[in-house]
Design a protein around this ligand. Structure first.
Ligand code: URA
Length: 213
């Protein structure tokens, strides 16, 4: 898919060593130049957690805090996710957490870096990393957090609002049949007007999905 900035085709595929273990993947990902996002981001933020793991969760892309620290879900969305996981009885330390896109996308407003949703071209370009993570982590269930992650795994026409809380069977190229659960992104809960209602609904989704692991 062409880059919005250069118009050239972008893909991470040439940077992704296939058939290797997680440590090799993580260190190769640090040097990924498969799309334009690496230019402004501080670093690649690769997935983390036990390998293999029964449960894998996929977010959108790293935020400001994750970009600086180099770890997934350590900012405000991560703190919300931690609370929701605890309320749902899911142990974060036993869960592999990653993102559909491995670099922070943002615009600068004064000294602030404002998160921007990754473009479809960036999601597609980054997909080979996610594919390899799924292969090495070999989860029984992949939970997509939010529409960007869900569309990355299930395709661009997928509608989160129609399938929230459900588990779908899906074939992923190079991985095979995969069970994919879908719910909202924790940032949507952080921003919700009715925070308590949104948090409770998120926890209810996680509890229901947990039962299917
Ligand atoms: N949002 C995400 O989708 N992933 C992170 O790691 C942090 C915030």
């Amino acid at each position: 898919m062409p880059s919005a900035r250069t118009g050239k085709s972008t893909s991470t595929a040439q940077f992704v060593p296939s058939g290797k273990d997680w440590a090799v993947l993580r260190s190769a990902a640090a040097g990924c130049r498969g799309c334009d996002l690496h230019r402004d981001a501080t670093q690649t933020v690769f997935g983390e957690g036990p390998v293999p793991a029964r449960l894998m969760m996929v977010g959108e892309c790293p935020g400001d805090r994750e970009d600086t620290n180099g770890h997934v879900f350590v900012g405000p969305a991560g703190r919300l996710l931690d609370k929701a996981l605890a309320a749902a009885g899911i142990d974060r330390s036993k869960t592999y957490l990653t993102n559909a896109v491995k670099h922070f996308r943002f615009t600068e407003r004064g000294k602030r870096r404002i998160h921007q949703t990754p473009r479809r071209s960036e999601v597609v370009a980054c997909f080979p990393w996610l594919e390899e993570e799924i292969r090495v982590v070999a989860p029984r269930l992949v939970v997509c957090l939010g529409a960007v992650a869900a569309k990355a795994v299930l395709g661009p026409s997928f509608k989160l609002t129609e399938h929230r809380g459900e588990v779908l069977e899906h074939d992923v190229p190079r991985v095979g049949a995969l069970r994919v659960g879908v719910t909202v992104h924790p940032s949507a809960v952080v921003r919700a007007e009715d925070f308590t209602g949104a948090f409770d609904a998120f926890v209810a989704d996680l509890k229901a999905l947990k039962k299917t692991r």
